[in-house]
Write a protein that binds this ligand. Structure first.
Ligand code: AKG
Length: 322
């Protein structure tokens, strides 16, 4: 068969056509079924060897990143006094997580927001809350199904009376930060200029309110996030996007692995980074970085995605690549 036709076969297989479709296409063009089948089989075998070689090279590249991070001390920096320009150049552009310690303490919200003050000021405002999470192994995927509306005051009472639990949680998906009744909260949040785009705040700010012991399972996002702790402490367990072990256990943007199960050899093979984010700290969570989040105490968080830079990477979904 002419090399141009072999290339045609290769292009079609690489773009996802099935071998049967390509054989049928060749037969339509006048090739015998035997010749079409032999060619498709030979081209497919060469293509699969080529892809396996690329995969092995990418593994090598990932190992290089991992070794370099380890050699560099391999932690997540805590910084203060960072200008937005330095943040965007050093961390945002390189997808490097960092904890910023002096943004949130400037907010009027800091030290003011608590279950008591939310109840006193916004107790009647209805918010969405996921409930019954402990009875559903896929609770995070099923947030919409598990959610109900309740007054914020009643939710604060529930958090206090139940104590530590993963059973109820008001999460980003609820868009509670966009509720009119809670708008005054944002008068108490003042980011210095240059970090965020105020015009894009609506729909790009997430309010998280929950008891100690909530767990958000391992996943990655498809945009960058500035995750701020106004109240409470959360443990983030992170892994870099190039941890190829995690690709094998991916389900969409989630992973089937639980980084708290270090006795699982698949988990032990990953280079995890742990950050205990304290009240007043902000964690830059770069797109694609895996994270598992456990609340160590009652927590109130705001997370922003309206960075003053491009922040839409919806195509970054390696879990959907077949
Ligand atoms: O705080 C949490 O429970 C989860 C936060 C998170 O995963 C996120 O903002 O992407």
């Amino acid at each position: 068969m002419h090399p141009a036709w072999r290339q045609w076969v290769d292009d079609n297989l690489t773009q996802g056509a099935s071998p049967a479709e390509v054989v049928a296409g060749l037969v339509d063009e006048g090739f015998s079924a035997r010749e079409a089948l032999d060619t498709v089989e030979a081209v497919a075998a060469a293509a699969s060897e080529r892809m396996a070689r690329i995969g092995r090279k990418l593994e090598r590249l990932a190992a290089l990143h991992r070794a370099q991070r380890r050699a560099a001390g391999h932690g997540i920096e805590r910084v203060a006094g960072l200008s937005p320009e330095a943040f965007f150049a050093r961390y945002y552009a390189t997808l490097t997580p960092v904890v910023i310690t002096d943004l949130v303490p400037r907010w009027a919200a800091f030290g003011r927001w608590s279950l008591d003050s939310l109840r006193a000021r916004f107790g009647q405002v209805e918010i969405a809350v996921a409930r019954g999470r402990e009875a559903d192994v896929d609770y995070d995927l099923h947030t919409a199904r598990l959610s109900t509306l309740m007054p914020l005051g009643a939710y604060c009472d529930l958090i206090e009376s139940r104590g530590p639990t993963n059973d109820h949680y008001a999460v980003a998906q609820h868009h509670n930060s966009d509720r009119e009744g809670l708008a005054p909260l944002f008068d108490e949040v003042s980011m210095p200029d240059g970090w965020l785009d105020p015009a894009r705040r609506r729909g790009a700010t997430a309010l998280w309110i929950g008891p100690a012991a909530t767990v958000t399972p391992l996943h990655h996002d498809t945009c960058n996030i500035l995750f701020c702790s106004v109240l409470g402490q959360k443990r983030f367990t992170l892994a870099a996007p190039h941890e190829t072990v995690l690709f094998a256990h991916q389900r969409g943007c989630y992973s089937r692995l639980d980084p708290e199960r270090r006795d699982d050899p698949r988990v032990a093979a990953v280079d995890w980074l742990t950050v205990d984010l304290d009240a007043g700290e902000a964690l830059y969570l770069p797109t694609g970085w895996w994270h598992h989040v456990r609340a160590l105490s009652v927590s109130i968080n705001l997370a922003f995605t309206n960075f003053a830079r491009a922040n839409a990477f919806d195509w970054y979904r390696p879990g959907e690549v077949v």
